[in-house]
Write a protein that binds this ligand. Structure first.
Ligand code: NAG
Ligand code: NAG
Ligand code: NAG
Length: 306
């Protein structure tokens, strides 16, 4: 620790003598390096008060090289910008520092130095992509990490995978811990049933586990059940149609019978009335001819019908 502090101070001192600028700007604050999946980013806040035309410049130091080097893409940052240090910190097993200072054409600030950064240990790994496919009474599981170049270094540090397997139907679940492999088989499962698997990867580097999102798949197409369902539902539809048809036929028959019956009854009652009121001389209608005998016949026919 003491060694690199001394180094930093000697470099700071040199910079001031050579550049002969007035060190009167406030130094940037909150300098930090964040890293996700081996992509490293430096962020900072301008010191207060910083004039609006201020720019910021970044340099990095390798533990083994002991010289500060400018980062080509971060020579003239403005407030609010970040610096991509992925290329500058490309050796995953090295240790690095970054520093930043503010400058205008006539003034500069002191450097603000970051904490020590170790790419392999300080990066945060995102969850792996998991895909699953059925293989009868088993599931074939593929685990993939993003193919960022830096991430390739991690493979040798993966130790185990823990698989959490949940049956969708009833949430019954169990877990399996296996040596790390990109392809895994989960066997002894039910066929034609959906399972959801969450994968958790443990590494030698970090105590934190990296968990995937649940990935769901059927062990085999749920064919037997679905065809049974189809047959049953078709049967149901046919039954319903049959009942509907029978109902229509019965109802239709009743209707036509009523239609046939109604007009005849009316004519006959009319004739009956005529017979009663006028005795032996009823008015002639189409169906019944003159005479009381006909009237009586009509009357008896009416009672039969009614
Ligand atoms: C820059 O650093 C020197 C020594 O560490 C300090 O005395 C000086 O006040 C600093 N300047 C500013 C503007 O912070
Ligand atoms: C900057 O750092 C200071 C002290 O370390 C902290 O209190 C403050 O919340 C930080 N500001 C931001 C915006 O992160
Ligand atoms: C940072 O640089 C790396 C390497 O050049 C690149 O792959 C990555 O996309 C960059 N990240 C951002 C946020 O620009």
């Amino acid at each position: 620790m003491r060694l690199w502090r001394l180094l930093l101070q000697s470099h700071l001192g040199n910079a001031f003598w050579i550049e002969l600028l007035c060190v009167s700007l406030p130094a940037p604050s909150n300098v930090s390096i964040s890293s996700f999946n081996m992509e490293h980013t430096l962020s900072f806040l301008p010191g207060l008060p910083t004039p609006p035309d201020t720019h910021f410049t970044v340099q990095t130091l390798h533990f083994r090289k002991n010289t500060w080097r400018p980062v080509a893409a971060c020579l003239e940052l403005t407030a609010g910008q970040t610096c991509n240090l992925t290329r500058a910190f490309k050796d995953p097993l090295n240790q690095y520092w970054a520093r930043i200072r503010a400058f205008t054409p006539t003034q500069t600030s002191n450097w603000t130095v970051s904490e020590r950064f170790r790419p392999l240990f300080d990066t945060v790994l995102g969850p792996p992509d998991v895909s699953a496919s059925g293989c009868g009474n088993c599931l074939l599981l593929q685990i993939r990490f993003p193919s960022t170049t830096g991430l390739q270094h991690f493979k040798r540090f993966y130790r185990r995978v823990v698989l959490y397997v949940r049956r969708s139907r009833d949430d019954a679940q169990f877990s399996l811990s296996l040596p790390y492999k990109e392809e895994n088989i989960i066997s002894y499962l039910e066929t034609g049933v959906e399972y959801c698997v969450t994968v958790s990867v443990m590494s030698h580097i970090s105590p934190n586990r990296i968990s995937s999102k649940p990935c769901c798949a059927f062990t085999s197409p749920p064919r037997a059940r679905s065809s049974l369902h189809l047959v049953l539902s078709l049967l149901g539809v046919f039954c319903a149609l049959g009942f509907l048809l029978v109902g229509l036929v019965v109802h239709g028959g009743q209707l036509s019978f009523k239609l046939l019956r109604t007009p005849r009854r009316r004519t006959l009652s009319y004739i009956l009335l005529q017979c009663r009121h006028r005795g032996s001389a009823p008015i002639v209608s189409h169906e019944v001819s003159e005479g009381s005998a006909d009237c009586q016949q009509a009357a008896s026919a009416t009672t039969e019908l009614l």
